[in-house]
Design a protein around this ligand. Sequence first.
Ligand code: LRY
Length: 221
Amino acid sequence: MQVPFPPQSLIVSCQAQPDSALHGPDSMARMAQEALRGGAQGIRANGVGDVAAIRAVVDVPIIGINKLGDHDGVFITPSAAAAGAVIEAGADLVAIDGTRRARPDGTSLSAQIEAIHREYGVPVMADVDDYEAGLAAADAGADLVATTLSGYTGGRVPVGPDLELVARLAAAIAVPVVAEGRIWTPQEARAALDAGAHAVVVGTAITNPAAITGLFRRAAA
Ligand SMILES: CC(=O)N[C@H](C=O)[C@@H](O)[C@H](O)[C@H](O)COP(=O)(O)O
């Protein structure tokens, strides 16, 4: 299925947790507009409310996710129905959990991808945690494979973005690889593209002022 991002794209993840003063569709729509002013070529956003509000003000592709449940198991768009909700809100493609963990409704990754393709006709990005999951996700029909969950499923936590995973997957699979997770600097984004990423997704370092402030505060302390 056609991937709506040209090579070397910068996608900005606009998400704010409930404890943030920026939580909510209005703030995230403004954040997305500012990311576009800076040159973002795509937006990643969570939930029906945020996706709909962002869709109303931007015309670049939106990667929708629908985080459900707690963060212990599969929580990023865990079902085809969860994907459908954000697609109907305006997402152009969806990202889903692409790890090899059991999904809450017992379906396989390939069945979820197949259902999204059949019912909604949009590309699917698989958020994976390791190399084997990336290979399996490509085999299962994912249109893009992203390194989003590397370091978040109990294994080794890389320092910075998982460039090794980006490079290994880019050399092994035919679909575009997206570098996502812990990209904090333009140099790291560049390194991810040089490692073979088709696109990079940057979240916290652009859209989370409290986390950015904390970095400066710790440096100053
Ligand atoms: C593990 C997980 O839940 N990742 C989430 C996925 O949507 C977001 O919380 C991240 O902010 C996003 O992946 C971008 O990464 P970073 O914020 O590190 O640039």
